[in-house]
Ligand binder design. Structure first.
Ligand code: PMP
Length: 395
């Protein structure tokens, strides 16, 4: 008997497991569509020019590396707020939003979950069916019971809005609802403006607590357009949470750059919420890391760098959209795949079955998630023909 003899082997993360299998595959024309990362036309994770320039300046300045404040770099936090709520948001003028730099979107969700657990421990957390696989584990890990609300409709390749609203209407008052603000992971299908307004009505009627997750701002229709859900909620008097991430939009995955924003009813409330949020952070990891947020802050707060970044983000968005329409076109001979073009963000629920995904891997060396989720951002002019032909063969 040792201390760890009763420790069971945890199940492998399905996506990381897929990456390992891909790495071990010796075929030279293999393609990995299982990842959740944007690749450029050459199949590389880009290092953005705006980031390189900000990093160069930072290196030259040779700054000391003291601790950051518990809630991070103030200029970073305010830049995040403007990006999410808009420069002229009355919420910001009234100082009703608390923002803390966090360790990626995941860290923001976790800090928010821990804060909510102290506030209201017995409410359930509702996530979409399906959702990003970490949502359930993360909120369960924070001690919540996690339930699902209907979302994806395989028959229409869209959102079943009626079912979603019906599901939300059955939640108890105070329940936390995790909503993908744009570029839904894993399906790629988002709510339209009118749908969001109906969701907001239901949230208000039922007294639910919205927790918006925005990990792909700028990858759908643009920076402001992708923040529409955040801004619609901001027009109401509902208190809500926003977990945001620069992992994708700045291609800074490993630097862990994100933020948690909490919208409160007044500045006085914001001050109190901020003080408690800092306690949650302090007992988790004390304070966030410097480099990534300093780079993002430098870019967002500097006109030239900001313009460079917006152009680069626009390029990533356009490239994904070109790949979407390219795939739809190439698959037209075997069926109507117009939904791939209509979906938004890095992912597409392709409609492929687990069996078809298996055939793609075994026969063609093309790796996708067994749910049929493919990463459209891993396609490029060099592999799209092969991928389309392989899909055409298995459907
Ligand atoms: N939310 C969603 C929906 C995501 O897809 C991701 C990244 N895969 C995240 C949050 C977290 O992103 P990160 O922690 O890497 O910033």
């Amino acid at each position: 008997m040792t201390l760890f003899s009763s420790v069971e082997l945890a199940p492998r993360d399905p996506i990381l497991g897929l990456n390992e299998a891909f790495g071990a595959d010796t075929r030279t024309d293999k393609v990995n569509l299982g990842v959740g990362v944007y690749y450029d036309e050459h199949g590389h994770v880009p290092l953005l020019r705006a980031v390189r320039e900000a990093e160069r300046a930072r290196l030259e300045a040779q700054l000391p590396r003291g601790y950051l404040p518990i809630d991070g770099i103030a200029l970073y936090d305010s830049a995040v707020q403007k990006l999410l709520f808009g420069e002229t948001s009355p919420l910001l003028a009234d100082r009703r939003v608390v923002t803390a730099q966090a360790l990626g979107g995941t860290g923001a969700l976790k800090v928010g979950a821990d804060f909510l657990k102290r506030l209201n421990p017995s409410v359930p957390v509702a996530i979409s069916n399906p959702s990003w696989e970490n949502h359930r584990a993360l909120f369960e890990g924070a001690g919540f019971q996690v339930v699902e609300y209907p979302y994806y409709d395989a028959a229409t390749h869209g959102v079943d809005v009626e079912a979603m609203l019906g599901g939300l209407a059955t939640l108890p008052t105070g329940a936390i609802v995790v909503l993908h603000a744009c570029c839904h992971n894993p399906t790629g299908v988002d709510l339209g403006s009118d749908d969001w307004k109906r969701v907001i009505s239901t949230v208000k009627e039922r007294g639910l607590v919205p927790f918006l997750d925005i990990a792909y701002q700028g990858f759908g229709d643009g920076i402001a357009a992708d923040a529409e859900a955040v801004r619609l909620f901001a027009e109401t008097d509902i208190a809500f949470f926003v977990a945001s991430s620069f992992s994708k939009s700045f291609s800074l995955y490993g630097e862990r750059v994100g933020a948690l924003s909490i919208v409160t009813a007044s500045h006085d409330e914001a001050v109190r919420v901020q003080s408690q949020l800092k306690r949650v952070i302090r007992t988790n990891y004390s304070n966030p890391p410097t480099h990534g947020a300093a780079v993002v802050s430098a870019v967002l707060n500097h006109d030239d760098l900001r313009a460079t970044w917006e152009a680069e983000l626009g390029h990533m968005r356009e490239r994904i959209r070109t790949m979407r329409s390219g795939l739809t076109e190439r698959l037209a001979k075997v069926g109507d795949f117009g939904f791939i073009e209509r979906q938004r963000g890095m992912f597409s629920y392709s409609g492929l079955s687990a069996g078809q995904v298996e055939r793609l891997r075994v026969e063609f060396g093309i790796y996708a998630v067994s749910t049929g989720r493919i990463c459209v951002a891993a396609l490029n002019q060099g592999n799209i023909d092969r991928v389309a032909e392989a899909i055409a063969r298995v459907v």
